[in-house]
Design a protein around this ligand. Structure first.
Ligand code: ATP
Ligand code: MG
Length: 393
């Protein structure tokens, strides 16, 4: 029944030249999402609107599911496309549509017409009134409410006439590719895939880095991170995932630094290496899944000490969220089930019984001195031997 879609987008701040960039990027991302769907589609941009024409048989559910992953889309409106065969025919089609779409007739409505084709013989206000009357005639139990209708019936008069009343929410935000690129520190947990999604939703392209510590972390733990990257890439587009072998550095820290400071020192090296790779790949910032107070290494004191090694801005989109709020987002974006698979990540193996919660930067730096003979060489090796996996859906 639906042979076209109207795509709505929200950001009101985008104007002028930026609007072109925004719309072009959105069209690109829509095409990328539609490539995953059965069927033939044409994406069109006219006068500040984006339409998708369906040119063949297609699977409605699959198409909508994929469009729901396109950042920048605020709503997806499935449209009935009609040829202009006179006004009576139009009224008949609208009545049919209402009957099919709303079997339960207990609602209020309003008709809203947009006459983009100015040579159409009836003005939009009149179309609203006349079509409204026909609906009321056909279904006396329905009533009009012009202020707060349950259902808005939109009629768009163009070359064809379009009819829609359903708005399926998209992720909102901005199309990926309109806001630079950042390096996501992606672990196998719940938080970092959510952080990646939240940054992608603001238009940022992402690369990712995973710190792998074989044999302490298994191949399956690595596979889980690849799987998570793939799930995030539904929203972000292809992700270049760098798998860094972190074992040597972790063992050196374990051997030479106080155990209660292990996590914090390890996190500082992770950030440094992520930044190093990020610089080479034109990333402008780092992204982590940290949230204030969630664990010892995420107290404000710990975050300050971790952050001290970075020269790039670090984006922490989960910073103010409670765990349950992060879980809710991960369920919504479909990463939760994968995140909770029980494979160790490298942090959980080298954790101390009583990690510091208020690390002192000077003390940490003094203890890092213990690594000075070997760390530069090991960092270089970690960066240079990183395995690149290109992940996409
Ligand atoms: P997550 O659920 O994202 O794993 P977490 O609650 O387990 O987070 P930590 O293990 O303290 O928290 O990690 C904090 C952040 O550091 C993560 O969100 C992630 O961005 C990064 N991180 C932790 N471990 C790794 C790793 N092995 N590889 C890449 N990034 C990591
Ligand atoms: Mg973790």
């Amino acid at each position: 029944m639906f042979k076209a879609f109207l795509i709505k987008y929200a950001e009101i701040g985008v104007k002028g030249k930026n609007r072109d960039i925004f719309e072009d990027a959105l069209v690109q991302q829509i095409k990328y999402a539609l490539k995953r769907c059965e069927g033939e589609f044409k994406v069109r941009r006219t006068k500040g609107r984006i339409y998708i024409d369906v040119l063949s048989d297609y699977d409605f559910e699959e198409t909508v599911d994929n469009l729901k992953t396109v950042c920048g889309i605020s709503a997806i409106c499935p449209m009935v496309q009609l040829d202009d065969e006179g006004f009576d025919k139009l009224c008949e089609e609208v009545v049919n549509y209402v009957d099919k779409q709303y079997p339960d007739k207990n609602f209020t409505f309003k008709v809203h017409t947009r006459r983009a084709r100015k040579n159409y013989p009836i003005e939009s206000m009149e179309v609203n009134a006349l079509v409204g009357e026909k609906i009321l005639d056909a279904f006396p139990e329905i009533s009009v409410d012009v202020h707060k209708p349950d259902v808005m019936i939109f009629i768009e008069i163009r070359e064809h006439i379009y009819l829609y009343s359903i708005e399926i929410p998209g992720p909102g935000g901005m199309p990926v590719g309109t806001n630079g690129k950042a390096m996501l520190l992606l672990s196998g947990g719940i938080d970092s895939p959510v952080a990646g999604y939240m940054v992608a939703k603001r238009g940022v392209k992402i690369d990712a880095v995973y710190f792998h510590a074989p044999p302490y972390t298994s191949e399956r733990a690595k596979q889980k991170v690849v799987d998570l990257a793939r799930l995030v890439s539904r929203y972000s587009g292809p992700i270049y995932l760098y798998v860094v072998n972190f074992t040597e550095i972790q063992l050196a820290i374990y051997e030479k630094c106080p155990h209660e400071e292990l996590t914090i020192i390890m996190r500082r090296y992770m950030m440094k290496i992520a930044e190093e790779i990020g610089k080479k790949t034109e990333c402008l910032g780092l992204v982590t899944g940290e949230s204030i107070g969630q664990v010892a290494s995420q107290t404000v004191h710990s975050l300050a000490v971790t952050n001290e090694v970075c020269t790039m801005p670090v984006f922490r989109p989960c910073i103010g969220l409670d765990k349950q709020e992060i879980v809710d987002i991960s369920e919504k974006i479909g990463t939760y089930e994968t995140s909770i698979q029980p494979f160790e990540d490298c942090c959980t193996i080298f954790v101390a019984k009583h990690p510091v919660t208020k690390p002192n930067l000077n003390v940490i730096k003094r203890h890092e001195e213990n690594l000075k003979d070997c760390i530069d060489e090991m960092m270089d090796r970690a960066v240079n031997t990183a395995e690149l996996i290109v992940v996409e859906v």
